[in-house]
Design a protein around this ligand. Structure first.
Ligand code: NDP
Ligand code: OXD
Length: 314
């Protein structure tokens, strides 16, 4: 039995090493070498080339090496087998670190003080807002959204979440469905996107949506943080909203095209903070162990953990 590692954009070497160590009874093969397609029972994948997973007659399951599965489901020739994704405390913690860092950075205006330091300007803000004054709204209250919400709440922020189905957490207001989206947006100063990219969420964060954010908050304008997928936002709308003041600032980890093209205006906008899609990176030590545990469950006749609902796309 073989596990095929199908990775693009990431270094595959640490994954090969971990899977070989953890699955000594299985052959570990990669797309870059000849292998017997009939022997492949499992695939561990990150952005595999379209069609690369077709024609594997004994395939039993595909494991995403990340939390998102849009990189698999967008392949029109993806085999119709169960897909499992990563749900991992380490990955979740990293995402929450990123979200807390950027919420605090916007609250405490760190970009302004970076500028003032470079220019040797001594100019304190005597009307500094506190975390309790800031209404954070998280779109996507799944594994990542819930953890970030609880941690932001502990930092003192006023937190609400929006998801497909309602949630029930102390001190975190829950909104759900399209009928509650506008009221959620109207009470939000910092909008955080932790939605998966699906047919329903593609292009959702656009100008009409951003115009509905609160304009009466203590940060003197709404702020967007997208750490989920660039396909959920409309980049041209974000840029024009940042230019005309509809948005005060943005932190973006993900983009419509990655790497972000060098001619994107986002690179040089003073009110934009960019990171190269690494808000939360899969750690091969943790993720390979989780996938191996799932393979062993399948081989013992147990249910797959963290199985994706292909119907809804996440
Ligand atoms: P989950 O599947 O656990 O959560 C998804 C959330 O989005 C759920 O709350 C779900 O609602 C909600 N949702 C989905 N579709 C809709 C919709 N149409 N309308 C309203 N709410 C919707 O995902 P995770 O929290 O594990 O991960 C979220 C995303 O983060 C991943 O899909 C991935 O794209 C991204 N990510 C980015 C990383 C980075 O480094 N930038 C790293 C890791 C993940 P409900 O609860 O009702 O089902
Ligand atoms: C993920 C990612 O989906 O890293 O895990 O983007």
């Amino acid at each position: 039995m073989s596990l095929l590692i199908a990775v693009s954009g990431w270094d595959e070497a640490p994954w090969i090493e971990r899977f070989r160590a953890l699955l000594p009874e299985h052959r570990i093969v990669t797309l870059g070498e000849p292998f017997d397609r009939r022997e492949v029972h499992y695939v561990a994948a990150w952005k595999p080339p379209h069609g690369a997973l077709a024609g594997l007659p004994n395939l039993a399951a595909i494991f995403s090496l990340g939390a998102g599965v849009d990189h698999l489901l967008n392949d029109p020739r993806l085999p119709d087998v169960p897909i499992a994704r990563v749900v991992d405390a380490d990955l979740t913690q990293r995402m929450s670190e990123y979200i807390m860092l950027h919420c605090l950075m916007h609250l405490r205006q760190q970009r302004l003080y970076d500028h003032q330091q470079r220019e040797k300007i001594w100019q304190p803000d005597y009307s500094q807002a506190a975390a309790r004054d800031i209404r954070i709204g998280i779109m996507g209250m799944g594994v990542m959204g819930q953890d970030a919400a609880l941690k932001l709440n502990q930092l003192g922020f006023n937190v609400a979440g929006w998801s497909r189905t309602p949630k029930n957490f102390d001190n975190i207001q829950s909104f759900s469905g399209s009928e509650q989206l506008d009221v959620f947006l109207a009470r939000t100063d910092i909008l955080i996107c932790l939605l998966p990219l699906t047919d329903a969420t593609r292009g959702m964060i656009n100008r009409p949506l951003l115009q509905k954010l609160a304009r009466n908050g203590r940060l003197s304008g709404p702020i967007l943080i997208n750490a989920a997928r660039g396909g959920v936002h409309v980049e041209a709308d974000i840029i024009s909203c940042l230019q005309d003041g509809t948005l005060k600032a943005a932190t973006l980890d993900v983009f419509e095209v990655e790497p972000l093209p060098s001619d994107s205006p986002l690179w040089t906008m003073a009110n934009v903070t960019l990171t190269p899609h690494n808000a939360a990176m899969s750690d091969p030590d943790f993720v390979a162990a989780q996938i191996v545990q799932n393979i062993l469950r399948l081989e013992a006749g147990e249910d797959l953990l963290h199985q994706v609902d292909r119907g809804v796309g996440y």
